[in-house]
Design a binder for this molecule. Structure first.
Ligand SMILES: *Cc1c(COP(=O)(O)O)cnc(C)c1O
Length: 415
């Protein structure tokens, strides 16, 4: 017997019940999760600890693109789980290479870098843009132009690129030479981009910032300004990509091609993965040793993402997004009119925002809570916009049932 096994640990403590209250006891309080605690999901339905069922119009913040526990994803994960979990980037692996090949086939890109989240994908993109500029033009060309109300992640660099001042407060000193212009303002962009700009970073639809669709002319102007000044256009498609707006990536609908594209959220359908896509000419600025990751390209994540991409990058799924979007948008417009609660219903594809009337401004969190009470999950985008980002394959019957429950929630809030 070893010393360890003879000094047996204390008898197993009575396992304490896990409840929503446990969050307040043991979790860093940077979130304030809903009172209900989901334990299971299937398709666009979720069940909580008490066995109550919910329609899911939130999809884990536009992540569970194929709904919960899609059989192809479950199969891909289980299959890979019995084969190889992790090998690091000291080796490459088949699932990552397969996924990269599919991404390259379906996009403008020649090369892919994998990571584990959206912020990491944008972090890589911004570092690459600075490195590329340093390689080709010199270190003075390091300016980054972003937009107000944009969201690019929570690392120090990406939170600096993001257009929400509050998210940066208290974290200084911040990376320097990053400026923000009003979104969709071509004149402001022209004034900001110059010879010392290395990158312009934009979302083609601002998600977190309130569901603000980017105008094609604005995005094309950004493309032209980048070309004129030798800057790279970084397109953050973390929320808009992977079929969310009815094409694999949103820029396909807006007549321009970026230099670097970032993807995450829906890419893994619920398994954490991020990707940065770019051209061969730009990719070479990341030579071995300049950037890296331990987990990026993990075989489990890549195997699941390949299964997701196989379903999403099909005409059936993408046209289905457009018809579901029309159904949901129409239903939301009808509810907004009847309850006189929405100032505007806007968005692209299944990324839909309902801006609350002045009477209800600032109360989006109350709507989410009332929704949860009525058996429907959705999100907010700022305090005055309700955000609906269901699974891309949500059945029409779940859309209708979700709208009926939302109708009840809105009635509750009005009274
Ligand atoms: C969610 C999001 C991010 C950050 O992704 P994380 O995985 O949370 O790091 C970045 N950009 C956009 C547009 C997003 O919606």
């Amino acid at each position: 017997m070893t010393a360890n096994s003879s000094t047996a640990a204390a008898p197993p403590a009575q396992e304490l019940a896990i409840t929503r209250h446990t969050f307040d006891e043991v979790m860093v309080p940077c979130f304030s999760p809903a009172q209900v605690l989901p334990v299971r999901g299937a398709g666009s339905r979720v069940w909580d600890q008490a066995g109550r069922e919910y329609i899911d119009f939130a999809a884990g913040v536009a992540v569970t693109a194929l709904g919960h526990c899609h059989p192809l994803m479950v199969h891909a994960l289980a299959e890979q789980a019995g084969r190889l979990w992790h090998i690091s980037n000291w080796f490459t692996n088949e699932p990552a290479l397969r996924l990269a090949r599919h991404l390259v086939e379906h996009t403008f890109a020649d090369k892919v870098f994998f990571c584990n989240s959206g912020a990491e994908a944008n972090e890589a993109a911004l570092k690459l843009a600075r490195k590329y500029a340093a390689d080709h033009h010199g270190p003075q060309k390091n300016g980054i132009v972003s937009s107000l109300h944009s969201f690019h992640g929570r690392t120090l660099f990406t939170v600096t690129a993001g257009g929400t001042e509050r998210y940066r407060q208290g974290f200084g000193p911040l990376p320097s030479n990053v400026q923000h212009v009003p979104y969709n303002d071509i004149g402001a962009l022209e004034a900001a981009v110059g010879p010392d700009t290395c990158a312009v970073i934009l979302e083609p639809v601002q998600g977190e910032g309130g569901v603000n669709p980017g105008r094609a002319e604005f995005l094309q102007a950004a493309r032209a300004l980048c070309d004129r000044h030798g800057a790279l256009l970084v397109l953050d498609e973390i929320q808009t990509g992977m079929g969310r707006t009815g094409t694999l990536f949103n820029h396909e609908q807006k007549g321009f091609v970026p230099d670097i594209l970032t993807s995450a959220k829906g890419l893994g359908g619920g398994f954490p993965i991020g990707a940065m896509l770019t051209t061969s000419a730009i990719a070479v600025s990341f030579s071995p040793g300049t950037h890296g990751t331990t987990f990026g390209g993990n075989p489990l994540a890549a195997a699941v993402a390949a299964a997701v991409l196989q379903v999403v990058a099909t005409p059936q799924l993408l046209s289905g997004v457009r018809s579901r979007a029309a159904r949901l948008t129409e239903g939301l417009r009808e509810l907004g009119l009847r309850h006189r609660m929405f100032k505007e219903v806007r968005g692209e594809g299944l990324l839909i925002g309902c801006e609350l009337n002045p009477d209800f401004a600032g109360r989006a969190a109350d709507f989410m809570a009332a929704g949860s009470d009525a058996g429907i999950f959705f999100l907010m985008a700022g305090t005055s916009v309700l955000r609906f980002v269901p699974a891309l394959n949500i059945p029409d019957s779940d859309i209708d049932e979700g709208l009926a429950r939302l109708d009840r929630a809105l009635g509750q809030l009005r009274s």
